[in-house]
Design a protein around this ligand. Structure first.
Ligand SMILES: Cc1cc2nc3c(=O)[nH]c(=O)nc-3n(C[C@H](O)[C@H](O)[C@H](O)COP(=O)(O)OP(=O)(O)OC[C@H]3O[C@@H](n4cnc5c(N)ncnc54)[C@H](O)[C@@H]3O)c2cc1C
Length: 434
């Protein structure tokens, strides 16, 4: 019987699914001891700090994570950051293999003048702010304006736009951070315009999210019927399934009876950001008007200016580099998850870049773990763990996390919320009993 010691860095979906795949790969002759290292005092990655709070059903996947964590061969080392508290060589010399599951947390820049102005933010900062991520609790989000422009055409852009355009009272029964609900309630925001660079047929939204929009109870949702019709003509009789579903969902939005709520969410296609203007904060954004010729999106040379006080870009993410891990093109430099010439592997967004839903990380992690299992005969035989390095550190073990979880859920119960998130690290440690 051989026992292999595996460190997984990052307690997001990819990390948990890698742990699950290792648990499923145990045999009579082979077991795994899994140590999961997470920089925050709380696990679950973007399921806690990314997924929109008005989509609580999606967060129920955390029950699967907790089942994986309850297996006897799993230990959580939360509040431990790779690159700060421990180094990659600490891990590669102590464990047989190290799986990097650190995600992709840096927002891609628009690269346009004015992007650094106050009131111009990345979704990579705004989303964790409203989701109570401790690193973003103090983010300055100027909401004293009536119009916001969101740049992007994926589900993150749609989440951001919807969160800004909902009546904030709708967030009361959710686990949105208290500071965000308070700020949104005070906000003057009434018009949110989502601008996509290409046509409706090119948008990366998914149709279930689009289909939700006409059901919003306190927000007018506007999309140009002419643009959707033009997109339908451009894609012809047999578009790809996802495109067909999206355009069908968009048609439903355009066909909805007009409403006259105080708040409006507008979708604009074929607009590319050129410049943000403002003296000491965002005052307007200039967008280039595009058109489609053949299969190409090209500029018309004309522009459109939108007066606004907030611009949020949601155009993708790249991974934050970590010392001792090779990175290229915004993700871990890997071959199908193997980092060549090492006992390091990568899974999830750290491996693939920011694509795929939570479930995508399950099959992806299972494939990488299969390769790792194939490699076991040639991996170094190490027999340590990180405990000796963290003797005076406030480690959040699984039982500490359970105390935090209970404290948050109990605080939410009388308010009809799934939980009230603690957003200050010291408060989280206090809940844990430190
Ligand atoms: C705004 C947003 C909304 C989304 N909504 C949905 C949705 O509704 N439905 C859906 O299916 N998918 C959704 N997704 C996609 C889904 O969240 C991802 O597919 C998934 O989270 C990727 O998992 P991951 O484990 O690779 O990364 P992550 O979830 O980002 O987890 C990475 C973990 O690594 C930790 N970490 C990072 N660096 C270190 C370090 N140096 N040391 C230790 N730990 C570290 C982080 O703190 C984090 O906990 C959304 C994504 C975003 C950005």
């Amino acid at each position: 019987m051989s026992q292999f010691r595996i460190a997984i860095v990052g307690a997001g979906p990819a990390g948990y699914f890698a742990a699950q795949a290792l648990q499923n790969s145990e045999t009579e002759d082979r077991t795994f001891a899994i140590d999961m290292i997470e920089r925050l005092p709380t696990p679950w990655g973007l399921v806690r700090s990314g997924v929109a709070p008005d989509h609580p059903k999606i967060k129920t996947v955390s029950k699967v994570f907790e089942k994986i964590a309850a297996v006897h061969n799993f230990r959580l080392f939360g509040n431990v950051e790779l690159g700060t508290d421990i180094s990659m060589s600490d891990l590669t010399s102590r464990y047989d293999a190290v799986i990097v599951a650190t995600g992709s947390s840096l927002g891609r820049k628009l690269g346009i003048p004015g992007e650094e102005l106050k009131g111009s933010l990345s979704a990579a900062d705004f989303v964790p702010w409203y989701n109570g991520h401790p690193d973003f609790a103090g983010l300055e989000v100027p909401l004293d304006c009536d119009t916001a422009v969101v740049i992007g055409a994926g589900n993150v852009a749609m989440d951001v736009a919807r969160m800004l355009a909902l009546n904030p009272a709708e967030l009361d029964p959710t686990d949105t951070a208290d500071h965000a609900i308070a700020a949104l309630k005070k906000s003057a925001m009434r018009r949110v315009i989502l601008c996509a660079r290409r046509g409706a047929e090119h948008a990366a939204f998914t149709s279930p999210e689009l289909r939700e929009l006409p059901k919003l109870e306190h927000t007018n949702v506007l999309m140009s019927a002419a643009e959707v019709e033009a997109a339908l003509l451009r894609v012809g009789a047999e578009p790809e399934k996802d495109v067909k579903n999206n355009l069908g969902a968009m048609e439903l939005i355009t066909q909805k009876e007009p409403t006259s709520h105080e708040r409006t969410l507008e979708f604009e296609f074929l607009l590319a950001p050129i410049e943000i203007h403002g003296r000491d904060r965002v005052e307007e954004i200039v967008l280039g008007i595009n058109k489609i010729e053949g299969n190409k999106v090209i500029s018309t040379g004309e522009t459109k200016t939108i007066k606004c006080g907030l611009v949020i870009s949601a155009i993708g993410y790249s991974a934050e580099p970590i010392d001792g891990v090779p990175f290229a093109q915004g993700k871990v430099d890997n071959n199908d998850g193997r980092v060549p010439h090492s006992n390091i592997y990568a899974v999830g967004w750290a491996k693939r870049g920011p694509s795929g839903v939570i479930g995508t990380n399950k099959s992806d992690a299972a494939e990488v773990v299969k390769l790792l299992v194939d490699d076991l005969p040639v991996l170094p035989k190490n027999a340590g763990d990180v405990s000796d390095l963290l003797k005076s550190h406030s480690i959040i073990t699984q039982s500490h996390w359970e105390k935090i979880n209970i404290a948050e859920v109990s605080a939410g119960e009388p308010l009809g919320k799934p939980r009230v998130k603690a957003v200050v690290k010291e408060e989280l440690l206090k809940h844990a009993g430190y």
